[in-house]
Design a protein around this ligand. Structure first.
Ligand SMILES: C[S@@+](CC[C@H](N)C(=O)[O-])C[C@H]1O[C@@H](n2cnc3c(N)ncnc32)[C@H](O)[C@@H]1O
Length: 277
């Protein structure tokens, strides 16, 4: 029998041997939270939960990093209410917003009508659906919309639908809330797969993207009382027990400045690449 030591095993493995697509899928399963169904996004937009993009400065930060030179069309995947595609409609011939949430697309159409935008087209579709009739555009975008079960397949689709450039953002660190708060509650869980998977998967495809970071205030930032703060925490943990509330209160009172900021800010990796012919 041959005994292999850890050191020997490590020597036999290089990064070339790692199946990042599978690693990502495993990580997503481990996170214990399957990607949301469209109905959850429908409910969220109907409850007015998608209004923070403008006020947080996220959309402006994304848009200011884009290069539209030579572009006439844009495909915005997981477009939501049109956060990225609508502000660009005036500079392009046509923008397409693709999303699997009908309510998101209704919100996009409502916003477009309000702003007198007539060149925005919606496509009711999921990442996982057949995209053979989805137009290939000069630019493809996926803003905060790549938390999918199969990232490798999604990246292939996104890249194949761009002639000039691709822009996307993916979460840094895998948590939508400062993990210190989950620790206080005793509810720390495996985060979502973070952006490093995107880089490794793209590298495997021979794509070497540029990376920047967009930092926005925590979604818990800006409250002026513990009740308001706890109500925000309840978006993520609706079933807080009294003992958990008490610990949260202690965390809140311990450092009012930190509490007002809602803990650590949120960071998105802004990842983009040029298509080469
Ligand atoms: C966090 S929102 C981002 C919306 C917008 N791109 C932005 O940055 O404000 C995620 C969006 O992706 C959509 N989405 C999530 N999973 C999807 C899937 N599998 N197929 C299509 N759209 C999806 C949701 O409906 C939602 O509109």
């Amino acid at each position: 029998m041959t005994v292999t030591t850890d050191a020997q095993q490590c020597e036999a493995i290089t990064i070339e041997d790692v199946d990042f697509a599978r690693l990502y899928r495993n990580h997503m399963v481990r996170s214990g939270r399957a990607p949301k169904p469209a109905s959850e996004w429908d409910a969220r937009v109907r409850a007015g939960g998608m209004c923070r993009s403008k006020s947080s400065g996220y959309a402006a930060a994304f848009l200011s990093r884009m290069d539209l030179r030579g572009a006439r069309t844009l495909l915005d995947v997981g477009c939501g209410p049109g956060t990225i595609c609508l502000p660009l409609a005036g500079r392009l011939e046509r923008v397409y917003g693709l999303d699997y949430s009908a309510a998101m697309l209704e919100a996009l159409c409502g916003e477009a009508a309000q702003q007198g935008i007539e060149n925005a087209v919606t496509i009711h579709r999921a990442w996982e659906d057949d995209w053979s009739d989805v137009p290939v555009c000069d630019i493809a975008v996926a803003s905060r919309a790549s938390n999918v079960a199969d990232l490798d397949a999604a990246l292939d689709k996104l890249s194949a639908h761009a002639r000039l450039r691709v822009y996307m953002t993916h979460l840094v660190g895998g948590h939508f809330m400062d993990p210190a708060i989950a620790d206080v509650l005793g509810r720390r869980h495996q985060g979502f797969p973070d952006y490093i998977y995107v880089l490794n998967l793209l590298h495997r495809k021979g794509i070497h993207p540029r990376v920047d970071y967009i930092e926005i205030p925590s979604r818990l930032a800006g409250t002026d009382s513990f009740a308001a703060f706890a109500a925000r925490v309840a978006w993520t943990y609706p079933d807080l027990e009294q003992a958990e509330r008490d610990r949260l209160r202690a965390w809140y009172d311990a450092d009012p400045g930190r509490a007002a900021q809602g803990g650590a800010p949120m960071r998105w990796a802004f990842i983009h690449w040029e298509k080469t012919t």
